[in-house]
Design a protein around this ligand. Structure first.
Ligand code: DP6
Length: 325
């Protein structure tokens, strides 16, 4: 029995400068560039087997068989790999996250990054980081940022090849931590895929896009200089701008729950009192609180005191996607 197989692991990432809005849906060219940090400790592990006897692509995610849109997104990457690797076999894909599903942490970034790496290696392709990142991007924009390690910038680009992510600093460059305050474990009512499509209905999106280079420059410099206050300020403004676009879209998208705002206010107060902390929020109510690793326990304990906080997960800067067999 002929088979080609590989297993890869990848971390999710948290964006400091967010990607919101898509210019080309077919190949996920974003409306703006973005910057993120990979999250060590949280990971997706994905095994791809191209099998001669397999009739069609099959996806098992955390033990559940997934069909329709979830499977279509997987096949999009597999189709690209089959074409490049000259393989006609369908594949069995088994993916697992070590973080709880419904914890509010998006698994699409880590899942599709691990899939891109595992499938390309299984097919005998030896893609370099840029090409792997472009490949992962086809099915999930943020997945392109989970291919390289540490602190990562996704270059917007204009076509498949020029839109990819690269590392701007390795994981050990800066001892930061992300304390993730979970306030709601339910699936979001509008996923980011549908949300991206509404971005242009907000009149604020044009202004947000026009100002992107400025925010990217400040964020990149803050990371390179390890300037926490500069990072904190730009990260919070960027998150607020994205949520401003979401709230002013038609129909409007409100991702926050009451405890979300409570945490944002507490974080601002803690920073005013001298604790280096900053918040950023994705397309959901949970709050990512960035701090120095030495303050991880304090921040996590303080977050747990806030009414409505169900749990706090923490992560430090993570490495690149890698093959494990
Ligand atoms: C708000 O690339 O995660 O997290 O993979 O289609 O779910 P899907 O979209 P995704 O969108 C990310 C949106 C964001 C901001 C960001 O991570 O940059």
């Amino acid at each position: 029995m002929e088979k080609f197989t590989a297993t890869a692991v990848a971390h999710p990432n948290i964006a400091f400068i967010k990607y919101w809005g898509i210019k080309d849906h077919e190949i996920t060219i974003p409306a703006n560039g973005s910057i993120s940090m990979n999250l060590a400790g949280l990971e997706s592990k994905t095994t791809v087997e191209f099998l001669a006897e397999q009739q069609s692509d099959q996806l098992t995610l955390n033990g559940k068989n997934i069909t329709e849109i979830g499977l279509e997104r997987v096949s999009k990457i597999l189709d690209f790999v089959r074409l490049a690797g000259k393989i006609n076999f369908a594949a069995k894909v088994i993916s697992e996250n070590n973080f709880p599903t419904g914890s509010g942490i998006a698994s699409s970034a880590s899942g599709f990054a691990a899939l891109a790496l595992a499938s390309s290696v299984a097919a005998g392709l030896n893609l370099e980081t840029n090409s792997l990142s472009s490949l992962a991007r086809l099915s999930s924009g943020s997945a392109s940022r989970s291919i390289p390690g540490g602190f990562v910038e996704w270059i917007q680009g204009e076509d498949h090849k020029s839109s990819y992510s690269k590392s701007i600093a390795p994981p050990d460059h800066w001892k930061l931590a992300d304390c993730i305050a979970i306030v709601n474990q339910k699936h979001k009512p509008i996923g980011s895929l549908a949300g991206h499509q509404l971005a242009n209905t907000s009149p604020l999106q044009t202004a947000r896009i026009q100002d992107t280079e400025r925010r990217l420059d400040i964020c990149r410099q803050a990371i390179l200089n390890k300037d926490f206050i500069a990072l904190a300020e730009i990260m919070e403004i960027d998150s607020n701008m994205m949520h401003g676009v979401m709230m002013s879209s038609s129909p409007s998208l409100f991702y926050w729950d009451p405890p979300t705002l409570e945490i944002m206010r507490s974080v601002a107060e803690w920073r005013n009192n001298g604790l280096p902390v900053a918040y950023t929020i994705d397309a959901g109510p949970n709050v990512h609180v960035i701090c120095n690793q030495e303050n991880m326990k304090t921040v996590s304990d303080q977050l747990k005191e806030i009414p409505g906080v169900i749990n706090v997960l923490s992560a430090t800067p993570g490495g690149p996607a890698k093959i494990i067999n």
